[in-house]
Structures are given as structure tokens and as C-alpha cells.
Design a binder for this molecule. Structure first.
Ligand code: RNT
Ligand code: ZN
Length: 420
């Protein structure tokens, strides 16, 4: 295949439909997407947690999960070669690295120095860092509650954790020179129908107030709040529901974060985005794939993700914090990581070549016939050729040939790892 000729034909094809492939490629390449470290070890972290808690679940026992910082960082280093576009890394507080001689610290006493190895890694690879306090898989989660607990000691512990994470996020931003998104997700909820829905929510709001009262430099840190509809074992009530998190965020100048696995199956995050953008300067997303429930399957280039990507492009990508969030333990974890990232990149590129203004103008003119016909036609335009050009410019393989080195890595490196 003469790739140059193929691309120029695809460019002309799109141009005839009103799409600009050159602008789309350049824009998508520079759009930062944050890649979560937790796909590589099934959200275990480095604290030796016995089990994943907080209403989330990884399923599968594919061999070779990273079991310590060295393994996780070398997996990441290896996979970065196959990720086209500007990448950020997304860490959880449970991934603190206590280097030789450093005494361990509990979550409420974490310090920037416990993340020095991550900063070094990020600098080496020119990556920015996003961060998440970890409100799950810890003995201080009492009866499924953290910041909304009626137990003052429990709340105080998690408030200290939140403040510690703000300081760490500021440190990341100072070290990397890039603003850090600090995302709060609390699993707090109840298995049974509550007798009182109001009190836990008012305590949650008060705890967040107390964390934010510690103050932070907004040029360094953006704080987001992620809502959820339910979790395993917390089926009847989630304190941080969509209404709670959106209202709190808008009132307090935080960034609302929508994870597309956190809604009822027929709800559409793509549809919600424009409402958020009307009332919030920025919107944050966790891009995932929910199969029947918040199953966190690997993100794919599917209808839901493409519609979300269209809304990102229409809204102006600079108004978004984009992150991925999935964890599948049933397949090669590196391949899962890379696949989800590439799928979302594809969706962003795909949405960027749409003749968005033209179609919007047709809608405004009540020309719904053109909107339908043209949207249908563009779906089968020669997108793979534009993707191939995109990957060529990013210096990564455009096709699935990246899987071969990943499988070689699996054969050479992973067997020595002990399954937990
Ligand atoms: C859980 C949320 C949350 C987590 C990560 C590990 O349902 O989606 O974002 O997946 O923080
Ligand atoms: Zn999420």
C-alpha cells in the first residue's frame, strides 16, 4: 500500500464532505489524554491490600500483573512506545513509593516525597501527572463510608487524606510544570434502602468543605468530583450521586467529573456534556466501557465513545480533562491498556474530521434530512487511512503489529511474576 497516496485520497474524500484531516490530525496529536496506572495491577496499589474494595471489582486471573513499583513502572515505560499523542499519567494515592530507608506512612500522612519516584519517571518521559486520593481498600473505610461517616475519627482521617493529596498534587504540578487534576471519588454508600439520605450527604459536603478550606493554588491544581450511581454491595444508595457531585462542584468551583460507567445503562454522557459546559468552565471525563453495569471493560471505538468524542470536539477540547478508567484482569494487561488508549484516540480523531459546523448549521436551518444523510455517509469514509497517517506522525505502528512486541514482553518478562 502506498500510504502517502492513500492518505492524500482520504484527505480529498473528507474535504469533499467538509472535513479537514490535516487540522484534525494536528489537533488530536496535541490533545492530552490521561492514562491510569491502575489497569496494570488490577487496582491493587503498593500497600499490600488484601482485596479491592469500594464497590469496584476486577475479574479474571490473567498471569503477570505488576506486583511492585519496579514492575509497574517498567510495564508503563514499555507501553508508552505504542501510545500516539500527548499522554499524561493518572496515579492513585495507594501507589505511593516508599524508597529504601523511608518509613511507611498511612494515607493521612502521605507526603510529596512518597511520590518522588513517580515524578522522576514523569520527567524522564515528559509526562504530566494527574492524581486521585484513594478512599477505598483501607481499614479506615467503616461500613462502606469515608467522608460521610457518622464516626468523627473516620471522617477526620479521610479529611487529612484529602488535604495530604492536595499538597502532593501541587508538588506534581510544580515538578512537571503542568497543572494536575486531582479527582475525588468516594465510594460511600449503603446496601439497603436508607432511613436517612440527607445526613450522610450533608456530612460529605461538610468534609469536602473542610478539605478545600486547606486552600490550594488553582494554577497548579484543578479539583474534580466524580459521581456514581451505585457500587457492588452499595446498591441502594450512593452518597456522591450525580446531583450531589454536580451541585457541589458548580457551587464550589470544582470540576464535575463524569465517568460513563456511572449512570443507568440508557443514560448518555454525551448528552450530559453540553449542560455541564453551560455552567462549568471545565468538565472532566473518565472514559470507560460499561457492559450492563459499571464493569470497567476496556474502552473501545464504539458508538458511545464516538458520540462522547463528538461532544468534546463540539464543546472545544481545551475545556476538558480527559482520562481513561478501566481495569480488565482477564487479558494481557498491557494490551488492554494500549487498546483502550488507542481506541479513545481514534474516537477523538474520528470526531475531529466531522464537518461539525456544517451539520450544526443544517440543524439550525431545520434541514434534518441533510443532517441524517451526511452523518450516515461520513461514518464509512476512509477513516483508517487518516488514522494511519496520524500514527505515522506520532511514530507508532498504525496497525495491530504493536501486539507482537507486547506478546514477546509477556513471554520474556511476565512468567517470573507471582500471581497474587
Ligand atoms: C470507581 C471510579 C473511580 C475508580 C478509580 C480507580 O467506580 O470510576 O474513578 O475507577 O479511581
Ligand atoms: Zn472513574
Amino acid at each position: 500500500m502506498n500510504t502517502e497516496r492513500c492518505y492524500s485520497e482520504a484527505r480529498d474524500y473528507y474535504a469533499a464532505l467538509g472535513g479537514d484531516t490535516e487540522a484534525a490530525i494536528e489537533k488530536t496529536l496535541s490533545l492530552p489524554v490521561s492514562l491510569h496506572c491502575w489497569q496494570l495491577d488490577d487496582v491493587r496499589g503498593f500497600e499490600g491490600a488484601a482485596a479491592l474494595e469500594g464497590g469496584i471489582q476486577t475479574t479474571g486471573n490473567y498471569p503477570g500483573a505488576a506486583t511492585n513499583p519496579e514492575e509497574l513502572l517498567s510495564d508503563m515505560e514499555f507501553a508508552l512506545k505504542f501510545l500516539p499523542g500527548k499522554t499524561r499519567i493518572n496515579l492513585h494515592a495507594s501507589y505511593a513509593i516508599f524508597e529504601k530507608g523511608m518509613p511507611r506512612a498511612d494515607r493521612d500522612a502521605l507526603l510529596p516525597e512518597h511520590f518522588a519516584a513517580w515524578t522522576e519517571f514523569a520527567k524522564k518521559h515528559g509526562l504530566a501527572i494527574d492524581f486521585n486520593p484513594t478512599f477505598f481498600s483501607h481499614p479506615m473505610v467503616k461500613d462502606g463510608l469515608t467522608l460521610s461517616s457518622p464516626d468523627e475519627n473516620v471522617r477526620a482521617f479521610w479529611i487529612r487524606h484529602g488535604i495530604a493529596c492536595i499538597r502532593i498534587a501541587e508538588y506534581f504540578a510544580r515538578e512537571t510544570g503542568k497543572q494536575c487534576l486531582l479527582n475525588f471519588w468516594m465510594p460511600d454508600g449503603l446496601k439497603e434502602t436508607p432511613a436517612d439520605r440527607y445526613s450522610p450527604r450533608s456530612r460529605m459536603a461538610d468534609s469536602l468543605d473542610r478539605i478545600l478550606a486547606a486552600g490550594y493554588d488553582k494554577s497548579l491544581v484543578a479539583v474534580s468530583l466524580e459521581s456514581k450511581v451505585f457500587g457492588i454491595g452499595l446498591e441502594s444508595y450512593t452518597v456522591g450521586s450525580a446531583e450531589f457531585c454536580t451541585s457541589y462542584s458548580i457551587k464550589n468551583g470544582l470540576v464535575p467529573l463524569m465517568d460513563n460507567g456511572h449512570y443507568h445503562p440508557t443514560e448518555s454522557v454525551a448528552d450530559k456534556i453540553s449542560s455541564m459546559l453551560l455552567f462549568s468552565e471545565k468538565v472532566a471525563l473518565h472514559v470507560t466501557r460499561a457492559v450492563r453495569w459499571d464493569s470497567d471493560h476496556v474502552t473501545r471505538f464504539d458508538d458511545e465513545i464516538r458520540e462522547i468524542a463528538l461532544e468534546i470536539v463540539r464543546g472545544g477540547p481545551e475545556r476538558f480533562f480527559l482520562a481513561l478508567d478501566y481495569f480488565d484482569a482477564s487479558i494481557n494487561r498491557l494490551a488492554a491498556w494500549i487498546t483502550g488508549y488507542r481506541a479513545f484516540r481514534k474516537a477523538l480523531l474520528w470526531a475531529s474530521v466531522w464537518p461539525i459546523k456544517e451539520l450544526a448549521a443544517a440543524q439550525e436551518a431545520n434541514d434534518f434530512t441533510s443532517v441524517l444523510v451526511k452523518s450516515e455517509e461520513i461514518k464509512t469514509a476512509p477513516f483508517s487511512l487518516v488514522w494511519a497517517e496520524y500514527c505515522r506522525r506520532a511514530d507508532v505502528p498504525a496497525d495491530a503489529s504493536w501486539l507482537n512486541p507486547v506478546l514477546d514482553y509477556e513471554k520474556a518478562i511476565l512468567p517470573s511474576r507471582t500471581n497474587r
